[in-house]
Design a protein around this ligand. Sequence first.
Ligand SMILES: [Zn+2]
Ligand SMILES: [Zn+2]
Length: 108
Amino acid sequence: MQRNEADGIIISCDFCGTDWDGQAAMVEGHHGSVICLDCVKKALKAAMVGEDKYKCTLCLRHNIPASLPRWINVLRPEAVICQECLHQAAKALSKAPHAEWKWQGGTE
Ligand SMILES: [Zn+2]
Ligand SMILES: [Zn+2]
């Protein structure tokens, strides 16, 4: 997400609230939504099937079937990422030169 402060626009991860330092590997979704590498790693391990349809913070799709795994950080339950966005983000971060991380295609 983005917010305006005296020295300009601050970008921070929607899922953990960490401010972007201009260097860290992060992936942008729609409407300025952002997920950081740490959250992607956690989400790959912990994404799970829920009980209700949901809306994804990154792709903004509504009515995503409960059977598509999602991840929510308990600290910021208002942000939700669907598995499709998660896998896209993991692929993008695997190619980011400064991420120094490669997604193996599973939960790591
Ligand atoms: Zn984060
Ligand atoms: Zn999504």
